[in-house]
Design a protein around this ligand. Structure first.
Ligand SMILES: [Zn+2]
Length: 147
C-alpha cells in the first residue's frame, strides 16, 4: 500500500471520492446541486424508487421521470465511522461520520450521511430532513440533518 487511492475513482478538492455519474444517474446529482431531492417516479403505479434503474421495480414500466420528492424521512439504521478508510483523508475533518439508511417519506430507502448530529444522539426512528453539499461544479449530494 502506497497511500494512493484507486486510479479509476476521481477525488474532489475536499479529498473525498466522487461518484461515477452516468446518464442514468446524472439528474439526481444535478438536482442536488440545485438543492432539490429528486427520485424516479413510475407514471404507471406511482412508485418512487432509489437507486436509479431503467425500469420500475414494482411493475416494470420504463417511464420513470425524475420527480421532486418530499425532503424528509426516518433513520432506518446507522453506523458510526470513527476512522478514515481507503486513504480518503478528506473525511478526517468530518469524523465521526454517521452513515445511515434513510426511509424517505416517499417510501424508498436511501443511503446517506447524517450531519449536524452528535453520535450519541443518532437513533433508529429519528426524523431527518434533507440538506445538500456541493461536490463538484456540476453535482451536489443529499445529506440529512435532524428535524
Ligand atoms: Zn411502476
Amino acid at each position: 500500500m502506497n497511500g494512493d487511492v484507486s486510479s479509476n475513482v476521481s477525488s474532489n478538492v475536499s479529498g473525498k471520492p466522487l461518484p461515477q455519474i452516468s446518464d442514468l444517474t446524472r439528474p439526481f446529482w444535478t438536482a442536488a446541486k440545485q438543492r432539490k431531492l429528486v427520485l424516479q417516479k413510475c407514471t404507471q403505479c406511482g412508485t418512487f424508487q432509489f437507486f436509479p434503474k431503467p425500469w420500475c421495480i414494482e411493475c416494470g414500466c420504463r417511464d420513470m421521470p425524475w420527480t421532486e420528492a418530499r425532503p424528509s424521512g426516518t433513520v432506518y439504521t446507522f453506523t458510526i465511522s470513527r476512522s478514515v478508510v481507503m486513504n480518503y483523508r478528506g473525511w478526517e475533518k468530518d469524523l465521526p461520520v454517521l452513515m445511515c439508511l434513510i426511509d424517505l417519506d416517499e417510501g424508498t430507502r436511501l443511503y446517506a450521511q447524517v450531519v449536524d448530529c452528535q453520535p450519541e444522539h443518532i437513533h433508529i426512528g429519528m426524523r431527518v430532513q434533507v440538506c445538500f453539499e456541493d461536490i463538484s461544479e456540476d453535482a451536489g449530494i443529499p445529506k440529512f440533518r435532524p428535524l
